[in-house]
Design a binder for this molecule. Sequence first.
Ligand code: ADP
Length: 315
Amino acid sequence: MIEARALTKRYGSTTAVDDLSFTVVPGRVTGFLGPNGAGKSTTMRMIVGLDRPTSGTVTVNGEPFQGLGRALDEVGALLDARAWHGGRSAYHHLLCLAQSNGIGRGRVQEVLGLVGLSEVAGKRAGAFSLGMGQRLGLAAALLGDPGVVICDEPVNGLDPDGISWIRALLRSLAAEGRTILVSSHLMSEMAQTADHLIVIGKGRLLADASMAEVIAAGPAGHTVLRTPQPEEFTRALRGRSARVEAGIDPEELLVHGLECAAVGDLGAALGLTVHGLAAQNPSLEDAYLELTRESVEYRISRGHETGPNDSGARR
Ligand code: ADP
């Protein structure tokens, strides 16, 4: 269990983390989301004692990190995947960590197997690809068989196989009753991995809710219609109180407030031609963009960089 209470971190005039309170509970994967600069890494560093809060507290299993006895047995963290001596082999890197933390050699082989690095364990870690480096970082995090695992952007540099492997690993660690906190900027990936979300912006809490609740609070889904008769269809749809927006080309309409079947039936009743009809379900990405709209420092919009209050930033 991780508990943050009124956690605050200032660097000079920058408030990186601002009065943040949340609890990360065992048995599920908690996603940690927020735009660049939101304070995710700073929060994670404070959890594992690499940064000191300006005020407030954060504890792991009820203790501040400094108060944990054998820290690696309690909490494992993948924060900076390149935090090792490049000249050492993967095996020796892990062995050094194990020996300085009272962990047996057998566990080194075990975690190498767990992250799929057994065959390259003797190779110099400095020559590893980013993806292999992430695996080695995870192996180090899991060395003490900790009940709490924290990963900052663990899928960075992994190929699709690696991404689905890490998703399965994090889910199985949570299923074993561990506390898992993971950040990622890939919303589609997070949607498949996390059960619960903590979303922050400019250091402040924006949401602490289940995945389903966050998605349900976002924009509703819509129907994407392709038709060679967009004007006629638009008139008919508005007559049924639907809201209609232009799509990516003149043949595409985005219909809000009327489901696919009803749009198709309307076309059939009026003799209007339908070239395509698809339901666009509510997504984490849309919910996240809406939630963090005011918190992003810069957003790219129609080829221009715009400030946070530019209402044209999203379709
Ligand atoms: P995120 O991980 O969400 O991208 P960070 O925690 O890295 O956000 O950064 C939060 C804010 O704190 C940013 O404005 C960043 O520039 C600032 N910051 C982070 N670390 C430091 C530091 N060591 N010194 C000064 N400012 C920092």
